[in-house]
Design a protein around this ligand. Structure first.
Ligand SMILES: Nc1ncnc2c1ncn2[C@@H]1O[C@H](COP(=O)(O)OP(=O)(O)OP(=O)(O)O)[C@@H](O)[C@H]1O
Length: 263
């Protein structure tokens, strides 16, 4: 049995039988090992989210297969937790009740729920915010609460779709630090989508650069520098220049394509 995530020859076409089928992902093969942090970087509309939804089990691939720990992915599962750009918390529940929601559904005892909530509130730096409701929190705090809720289910892989894109730059940098701490202590794998080269380089064990739509893998860049990384070091600057060049070609293609579609 192969442990971890295995994406094999996956293609996704939206509206396949319709008048305007949209090929979003083409023949993509990617493995994410246990505990590995992989970042998907690519131009807007290149199919990154589509791929994440397939891995989450929310959408079917048109072709190919996804397995997790050797089992075919056919539906969502708490072991593959998806986190979006906007924290999807229940507004009527407190932060604590949001965090323990899945545990309650799973039938865990109130004592276990309480212990998990306290541990997770501490882990994401929200001690003291457990009784607040989501609208009382800042964007960064909401996103941390969403992360705590996902972690409560002890996922083996965190799927993150531009999780920090709606946050200001300073909050974003703090959240990246939080995420790295959490990832290191959780032993989960992470598959994170971003537009930001800096974010990709700060976080990833491996950056996977996508082509313009339909998304295919253009390059894979392993990064072995220890974290936290100094983005101004010669090594990181060289990597940023490399990513920028790879991405620029694809952004150009994707703009041309959009112009043709609108003409
Ligand atoms: N539910 C859907 N129905 C039809 N087309 C879709 C659907 N979801 C996505 N698409 C199309 O598939 C293509 C890839 O979209 P996707 O959101 O996966 O890309 P992305 O790389 O995540 O983009 P972005 O970075 O802008 O979020 C786009 O052309 C998009 O319009």
């Amino acid at each position: 049995m192969t442990l971890g995530l295995k994406i094999t020859n996956v293609s996704k076409t939206w509206n396949p039988g319709g008048p305007q089928p949209v090929p979003a992902v083409r023949n993509l093969t990617l493995d994410v090992e246990l505990g590995e942090f992989v970042v998907l970087l690519g131009p807007s509309g290149c199919g990154k989210s589509s791929l994440l939804y397939i891995v989450a089990g929310l959408e079917d691939a048109t072709e190919g297969s996804v397995t997790f720990d050797g089992l075919e992915v056919t539906e969502p599962s708490p072991e593959r937790s998806l986190i979006f750009q906007e924290a999807a918390l229940y507004p009527w529940l407190t932060v604590r009740d949001n965090i323990t929601f899945g545990l309650k559904i799973a039938g865990q005892s109130p004592k276990k729920q309480e212990e998990a909530a306290e541990r997770l509130l501490r882990l994401v730096g929200l001690v003291g915010a457990g009784d607040k409701r989501p609208h009382e929190l800042s964007g960064g705090m909401r996103q941390r609460a969403a992360l705590a809720r996902a972690l409560a289910m002890q996922p083996k892989v965190l799927l993150m779709d531009e999780p920090f894109a709606a946050l200001d730059i300073q909050t974003r940098a703090r959240m990246q630090g939080h995420l790295l701490n959490i990832w290191e202590s959780s032993q989960a794998s992470v598959l994170l989508v971003t537009h930001s080269i800096e974010e990709a380089l700060a976080l990833a064990d491996r950056v996977v650069v996508f082509t313009a739509r339909p998304g295919q893998i253009k390059a894979e860049i392993p990064i072995s520098a220890p974290r936290p990384r100094d983005m101004r070091s010669p090594e990181m600057i060289d990597l940023a220049i490399e990513c920028e060049a790879l991405l620029a070609e694809e952004v150009e293609k994707s703009f041309k394509e959009q112009e043709q579609e609108l003409a």
